[in-house]
Ligand binder design. Sequence first.
Ligand code: SAM
Ligand code: DTB
Ligand code: SF4
Length: 330
Amino acid sequence: MTNETIAIRHDWTREEASSIYSQPFPDLLYQAQTIHRATFNPREVQRSTLLSVKTGGCPEDCAYCPQSAHYKTGVERHSVLPVEVVRSKALQAKEQGSTRFCMGAAWREVKDGKDFEAILDLVREVKSLDMEVCCTLGMLTESQAERLREAGCYAYNHNLDTSPEYYGEIISTRTYEDRLKTLSNVRKAGMTVCCGGIVGMGEKADDRLGLLVQLASQEVHPESVPLNMLVRVEGTPLAEGGKVDPLEFVRLVATARIMMPYSMVRLSAGRTEMSDEMQALCFVAGANSIFAGEKLLTTPNPGEDHDNKLMKRLGMNFREHKECHSSIAA
Ligand code: SAM
Ligand code: DTB
Ligand code: SF4
């Protein structure tokens, strides 16, 4: 590992991103791995566990999402889960080695009142178990963001999903600007930001790079960048569609690592469709976090056994301690 400080830039252009992304594969991986080694322990992967604390019936029309009320996907709806249920899921996640517990709600936005109070109780409870708490609840006002942070929420997930110009092809019920506003409210309130996107929605490579440029242009880079490979769910408009080229996905991971050297890059949805070899290449390209457990929010995920075996085969290990940041100073 080197002690070299890697510059953090916020002025990446799409042309630069494209020339990084399009390099010969060995050069791209070498560049990404060199940066990864300077900013993180390259053998270590952090685990987060997801739980859908309020499922289905969402008024938004995100074309990829099994929880949208606009599509018939067979997802079973439920309102906010009781504290005891969430507590035991979080404890189980902790026992299985996750350092972060992420609670998701199928809402367009948080509304003040009973449900939000219930979420704040869940946040306090999980925080008391000494885990990093993350929430993803849709749009937030400044004061709601403030209250979440006060309750102990460490990170907020809110994805930009794709480039600004492709966004309208995927979602019509909110705008890119809406998303950016919530991200700014989260930042102002002092929570860390988890923000990334989805690959495989019919977008071009240029849209994927457009997303990375947006993320890297934020005043502070998102501490966590989840890269999801679309999980095609029957009943959603994106149920049918071509496969993502695994090597293009690896290229995107490497480009994200190079553009946001100190951010955690999360290999998120879609791992059940990825070979072990593809995941290994993603780790070499700089991915250093995964979602653990048999389920994401509503769809399957490789279980603990599979992931443990994979780490062993790769001679890598899972991070035991909290703080999903680079331990090497920027
Ligand atoms: N409703 C909130 C929101 O949209 O921000 C929180 C929950 S939402 C399910 C969280 C994220 O999951 C979305 O922003 C999207 O990026 C991702 N996601 C949803 N469905 C997916 C799918 N089928 N494949 C991959 N990622 C998906
Ligand atoms: C993120 O970017 N991916 C996670 C987390 N943030 C909330 C969610 C993936 C959801 C996949 C579809 C599902 O399981 O419902
Ligand atoms: Fe799904 Fe979130 Fe979109 Fe609702 S806002 S449809 S839960 S991705």
